[in-house]
Design a protein around this ligand. Structure first.
Ligand code: NIG
Ligand code: FE
Length: 394
């Protein structure tokens, strides 16, 4: 039993609603878990001491929405958008073709590279979706690769209908054989509910099949247009409705009165030059909001939660506190996790020491690498790298 005291924390953002912020603080880690937080002056002794030097500490980011199993590149599509072309989601098929043509080793190397990139930027929990395979075997292997990197794996066979297939038979395949092959490697089922992807009935059918197989539900909802996605997510008890860019008042009410988290993905609006979701409307209505990267090669090729925090503050009128809360505690709620996303006794000791006196600097100093140290389950990232299973984001 080894204890570590992280001492001289200038500002500790715990994420624990009961005591969210603490100045001049310290934190004790025991066996990978947070054992104590409190005023530095009252800190107990420990086997080793880490001096935070007055820096701020936050929980590791929880990135609850990412598409990391893919091959290829969509630079040309991004360039075309920046010259005025709209984003339609049609580029997904380009990535599907590249992904199908890649070996397992290539896909695993790319995905684990992105996970390492995320970890170095303070993300200690990440959800990873399939969705660029769209055949039974390509979806299954995508999820097998993802499950080597995280326990938060999501079956997104219903990303789009692949070229050369009719929608009805594809929905039957997704809800049948594909789901059966993928469910052993997945914790969640997701559907892109959108004009040009899957309609309300198809979404309901696939989510219900997933729920019946024991998976939890999450939905790509109301990204490009208003539609039934958010309502279905709330009705079926999904953990999260993601995007939430085009909402009616009824959608906002449904989110506020259900246990479904509204996950906002401002990297997608940034990279598609689209209007941002109205975070204020959701927060003021009482909805729980999460922020995530949506990291994918088409609509949001960023792995940086800090960038999303800065966007949320500048473009979505979230306060810095609300944005950091959404990127940690909110992400954990969106994954129905209570062991991550906050620094209270008993939680996993996943934390980031920022090279800044306050978490506010994440928005105040956008684009600046402010991560001083990352601890995962109480181990500094560099120590963790000695561990052969270090690539796994627990
Ligand atoms: O969340 N909207 C659907 N899926 C992704 C985009 C995928 C892509 O363009 O490759 C998203 O934005
Ligand atoms: Fe997405």
């Amino acid at each position: 039993m080894t204890t570590t005291l992280i001492d001289r924390i200038g500002l500790l953002y715990t994420g624990d609603p009961e005591r969210e912020e603490l100045a001049d603080a310290a934190l004790v880690v025991e066996d990978g878990l947070v054992a104590w937080t409190g005023p530095a002056a009252q800190a107990p002794d420990a086997d080793r001491r880490v001096d935070a030097g007055g820096r701020a500490v936050i929980p590791g980011f929880v990135d609850s929405h990412a598409h990391l199993v893919f091959a290829g590149d969509r630079t040309a599509e991004f360039q075309a958008r920046m010259s005025g072309e709209p984003y339609t989601g049609g580029g997904i098929r380009t990535t599907v073709a590249a992904t199908r043509g890649a070996s397992d080793a290539e896909l695993a190397a790319r995905a684990s590279g992105l996970v390492r990139e995320m970890l170095a930027q303070g993300t200690t929990t990440v959800e990873i979706k399939s969705g660029y395979g769209l055949s039974v075997e390509d979806e299954r292997r995508s999820l097998e690769i993802a499950s080597g990197l995280t326990q938060e794996t999501t079956f997104l066979g219903a990303h789009v209908v692949p070229a050369g297939t009719d929608a009805d038979s594809y929905v039957r395949l997704v809800a049948g054989d594909m789901l059966r092959a993928c469910a052993p490697h997945a914790r969640w089922v997701d559907v892109f509910c959108e004009r040009g992807a899957f309609d309300g009935d198809q979404t309901r059918e696939i989510l219900t099949a997933g729920l019946n197989t024991g998976l939890g539900a999450r939905v790509h909802a109301n990204q490009l247009t208003e539609g039934p996605g958010v309502r279905i997510a709330c009705e079926l008890g999904a953990a999260s409705a993601d995007h939430c860019t085009h909402l009616t008042d009824a959608d906002v009410d449904a989110l506020a009165s259900s246990g479904t988290v509204a996950t906002l993905l401002p990297g997608a609006e940034f990279s598609t030059r689209s209007p941002y979701p109205d975070a204020r409307r959701l927060i003021d209505a009482g909805a729980t909001v999460a922020l995530a990267t949506d990291c994918n090669p088409g609509s949001s090729y960023t792995s940086s939660m800090a960038f999303c925090v800065a966007l949320a503050v500048r473009e979505m009128r979230m306060t810095p506190l609300e944005a950091v809360r959404a990127a940690t505690y909110g992400g954990a709620r969106a994954l129905r996790r209570t062991d991550v996303g906050w620094l209270k006794a008993g939680a996993r000791a996943d934390l980031v020491v920022l090279d800044a006196p306050s978490y506010v600097h994440l928005a105040y100093r956008p684009g600046v690498p402010l991560v001083h140290q990352v601890f995962r389950a109480g181990l500094l990232l560099e120590e963790d790298a000695q561990n052969p299973s270090s690539v796994v984001v627990l």
